[in-house]
Design a binder for this molecule. Structure first.
Ligand code: AMP
Length: 182
């Protein structure tokens, strides 16, 4: 599925921006990857192969780049898509969890009816990148509170040195397509 050649191609399309959004952060910009038509499609096709036999009810994408990957994957899997958003962005009734970012503190919310009252809904959590794991852990807490069954947390990029892969891995299965440092 994700062989070394394909991973190298993906890696080459992720741009590194120094000191963004603030000093000391090396931002991994996936826009060159998602505007590459065959590479983006192949990424989603390969993720589909990984999850297609897991009867996923919902792909849950984390704002903002998790929406891009998550919505495309939800479509490919024939699953629903659920957004987890920053505070105040969702229009209906929400539940909220506060969390720590690599660069700041924030809150995440999900609609109370996001899982359409499906009992033990089978969900896949998706984001572009995991660093400290705070965002993913907060999202998992939201999903716990909605009594979802999270089958895996899936990321395009895992920043191994920031510890999030291990922390989130204590709660659920974790998969990251690319791990940095390589
Ligand atoms: P964390 O909660 O520390 O795991 O941070 C993950 C979230 O912050 C994801 O939604 C990422 O999109 C974003 N993020 C954190 N660090 C970076 C980075 N170096 N480059 C791009 N996005 C990042």
């Amino acid at each position: 599925m994700f062989n070394q050649k394909f991973k190298t191609q993906l890696h080459e399309c992720i741009r590194e921006i120094e000191d963004y959004p603030k000093a000391g952060i090396l931002f991994r910009d996936i826009t060159p990857l998602i505007n590459h038509p065959t590479l983006f499609a192949k990424l989603i096709d390969n993720l589909k192969l990984r999850y297609q036999h897991h009867s996923i009810d919902f792909v849950v994408g984390i704002e903002a780049r998790g929406f891009i990957l998550g919505a495309a994957l939800a479509y490919a899997l024939g699953a629903g898509f659920v957004p987890v958003r920053k505070k105040g962005k969702l229009p209906f009734k929400t539940i909220r969890v506060d969390y720590q970012l690599e660069y700041g503190v924030d809150s995440l919310e999900i609609h109370t009816d996001a899982l359409r009252e499906i009992k033990d809904a089978r969900v896949l959590l998706v984001d572009d990148l995991i660093a400290t794991g705070g965002t993913a852990l907060a999202s998992l807490e939201l999903l716990d509170r909605l009594q979802a069954k999270c089958l895996e947390a899936c990321f395009l990029i895992g920043l191994r040195e920031l510890g999030g892969l291990e922390k989130v891995g204590e709660k659920v299965n974790v998969f990251s397509v690319l791990e940095y440092p390589c």
